[in-house]
Ligand binder design. Structure first.
Ligand SMILES: C[S@@+](CC[C@H](N)C(=O)[O-])C[C@H]1O[C@@H](n2cnc3c(N)ncnc32)[C@H](O)[C@@H]1O
Length: 239
């Protein structure tokens, strides 16, 4: 999936749900992009902040919810949201926000867990079982279909292309065996891609950044590092 996330030197990039930054944000930043990250977990952001500093890279992280991104309209060239949408209750509102903060001609990359694949389906059902019968508090991972996502993207006016990962294979197998990795990669753009465990969407914002939704308008905007932020809990660590 990393091949889809080629941050170019000088590009303004936002990772939504950055976590500790180790998987994506750091490598995109090493390539010279100006990376920002938001997350709702203060602990993970602290770790992310130090991970950047340890490598001598600028650490631009902010506490914030993807449904109310604490940056101004059209602020970024690329926005990523990887391994995170299954925690988001309202995918449409989240994607609207990502599209809002992406400039015209910019790119959004995100992935979903596909309910047509056995691994996400089993994980979801196990989560529901734990919640229902063992009282686990957290929600099970949200699995979604391509049909649902394509309708959302059409409503938001975003052009997109889809890749499927781990098509017809259990999720971890491609990492273990080079033949299964090749097989999986070969199918990632085939008509069977919709059967992948993860579907990855690369979207183009062609019509100019979307307007914020009504419930988002109230959250805009104190100046901060040339960008703007005003989420009640948002702190831009760059300033
Ligand atoms: C599995 S981690 C993925 C981290 C990173 N993107 C990666 O690929 O390694 C999911 C992250 O999403 C964050 N997250 C979940 N819901 C969020 C929300 N509504 N707004 C911002 N971040 C959120 C979690 O705190 C967590 O750090």
């Amino acid at each position: 999936m990393l091949e889809l996330l080629d941050g170019q030197p000088g590009e303004r990039v936002l990772e939504c749900g950055v976590g500790t930054g180790e998987y994506l944000a750091l490598s995109v930043s090493r390539a010279g992009a100006r990376v920002h990250g938001i997350d709702i977990s203060r602990e993970l952001l602290e770790e992310c902040y130090h991970n950047f500093l340890r490598e001598g890279l600028p650490s631009r992280v902010a506490l914030g919810d993807i449904e109310r991104i604490p940056f101004q309209t059209g602020a970024f060239d690329r926005v990523y949201c990887i391994s995170t949408t299954w925690y988001l209750p309202d995918l449409e509102e989240s994607l609207r926000e990502m599209a809002r903060v992406t400039r015209q001609g910019g790119t959004i990359v995100f992935d979903i867990m596909n309910w047509l694949h056995i691994t996400p389906l089993a994980a979801h059902l196990a989560g529901r079982f734990l919640q229902r019968f063992l009282g686990r508090r957290s929600d099970p991972a949200r699995i979604r279909s391509h049909l649902e996502v394509s309708r959302i993207l059409t409503r938001l006016g975003l052009d997109y292309e889809v890749r499927g990962y781990y098509v017809l294979l259990p999720t971890r197998l491609p990492n273990l065996c080079q033949y299964s990795a090749r097989f999986s990669y070969g199918l990632s753009r085939s008509p069977l891609r919709y059967l992948g465990s993860k579907l990855c969407y690369v979207c183009k914002v062609n019509k100019g950044p979307l307007k914020p939704s009504q419930n988002r308008l109230a959250a805009l905007a104190d100046p901060c590092c040339g960008l703007e932020t005003k989420h009640e809990s948002a702190t831009c660590r760059d300033c």
